[in-house]
Design a protein around this ligand. Structure first.
Ligand code: NAD
Length: 364
């Protein structure tokens, strides 16, 4: 394995911290990618990983995406992320009674507090409101799910993805009324997005492992329930990935029977080649880190200014997607590559040096 210094240089990261709770053995990684535009923001993901290397790869990709997300959302902040390794892959973790779970969140909370405002955290896949409350007990630099916090971030993400989706459909020459959308994943964001789509007249097909959630979607939204594997094979106008990342590899991109792609899932394209394959087929893809910036915009501006932004601030995501897709068509470049380029330019234009919070004067 590369030394820490080699890893930071190779990846361009400012800081990667490995944490281990000696009592339970639970492990976590906190990564801060780039803070030249402001303090880092990024939620806590908790899941099973195939070892520490897989967890590291995930946290690095997610934290970097947060940097680009902040830059394109015009939020004065940078990218960070935390992953907690859940049992059984962290096979030294006795998880059955929840003690290790709680210890993991408390461990992360203590470290985030120690960072003194250089990194703010919040929810991500695998982290519940109760988990967040454990973090908030340890640090003020976490988005509380309660009345003392910024409010419902999942709602803001769904609102932003909806704005992006309207822009993407319009780019493909379609309105939302009558649009057939396949929503993959009906979690915190996917279900809310499905509701917004239904209210605007879309026809829904959904794929989701939870049978109870599927029943609710069928009853409440008139959705057609698909087997999980059919999500990528069902002809539709728009594919909305709202589960985990890397669902579109080159083979899937070459076969996807959709006119356009726009969803909430982070890092949905497995690699650049998948983006190029969709572009070559004339399928517009709203870059995920642009479309799903609603929670970041809401949470970061709340932390930085003390108030939640107005809904119009999140709807501006639609304008950004519209401009990117138009430029992608004009310049014949995949929209994801364009977005990344633009984000990098904005980050490189920031003053040099990492963001270091001002230390509070010591109590006398
Ligand atoms: P979530 O965990 O609440 O929901 C994910 C859903 O996907 C769950 O209902 C799960 O059962 C389902 N799922 C898992 N495997 C699936 C499969 N193979 N096929 C179909 N469905 C599957 O997560 P979320 O908060 O709704 O986030 C969804 C995605 O959006 C994630 O990639 C997340 O990183 C991203 N995202 C979320 C937010 C936010 O505010 N919550 C913000 C930005 C990005």
């Amino acid at each position: 394995m590369a030394t820490s210094e080699e890893m930071l240089q190779r990846t361009g990261f400012e800081q990667v911290q490995f944490l281990r709770d000696p009592a339970t053995g639970v492990r976590a990684i906190v990564a801060v990618h780039d803070t030249r535009r402001g303090p880092a923001f990024g939620g806590i993901r908790r899941r099973r990983y195939d070892g520490l290397g897989a967890a590291l790869a995930d946290v690095l990709a997610l934290a970097a995406a947060m940097t680009w997300k902040c830059a394109l959302a015009d939020v004065p902040a940078g990218g960070g992320k935390t992953v907690i390794l859940a049992a059984p892959d962290a096979d030294d973790v006795p998880d059955a009674d929840g003690a290790a779970r709680a210890a993991g969140y408390a461990l992360v909370g203590r470290y985030v507090e120690e960072m003194g405002g250089r990194y703010f955290t919040g929810p991500d896949v695998g982290t519940t409101d109760d988990d967040l409350r454990l973090v908030c007990r340890q640090t003020r630099y976490c988005a509380s799910p309660d009345a003392d916090g910024p409010g419902d971030l999942g709602d803001s993400t769904a609102q932003g993805v909806f704005a992006a989706l309207v822009a993407t459909a319009a780019h493909a020459g379609r309105g939302i009324d009558g649009l057939h959308v396949v929503v993959q994943g009906l979690g915190a964001v996917g279900f809310r997005l499905a509701r917004l789509l239904r209210a605007a007249g879309a026809r829904l097909s959904v794929a989701e492992p939870s049978a109870a959630t599927c029943e609710r979607a069928a009853a409440e939204l008139g959705a057609t329930v698909l087997p999980l594997a059919a999500a990528l094979r069902t002809p539709c106008d728009l594919f909305a990935p709202c589960a985990l990342g890397s669902v579109l590899d080159v083979a899937a991109a070459r076969a996807l029977p959709a006119l356009a792609v726009c969803g909430a899932a982070n890092n949905v394209l497995a690699d650049e080649a998948a983006g190029a394959a969709l572009h070559a087929r004339g399928i517009p893809v709203a870059p995920d880190f642009v479309a799903n910036a609603g929670a970041l915009i809401h949470g970061a501006l709340w932390h930085l200014t003390g108030t939640a932004p107005p809904p119009e601030r999140i709807d501006r995501i639609g304008d950004t997607v519209r401009e990117l897709l138009a430029r992608s068509r004009r310049d014949d470049v995949p929209p994801g590559a364009l977005a990344l380029d633009l984000a990098r330019q904005r980050v490189d234009a920031a003053p040099p040096g990492p963001f270091l919070p001002r230390r509070r004067p010591a109590a006398t």
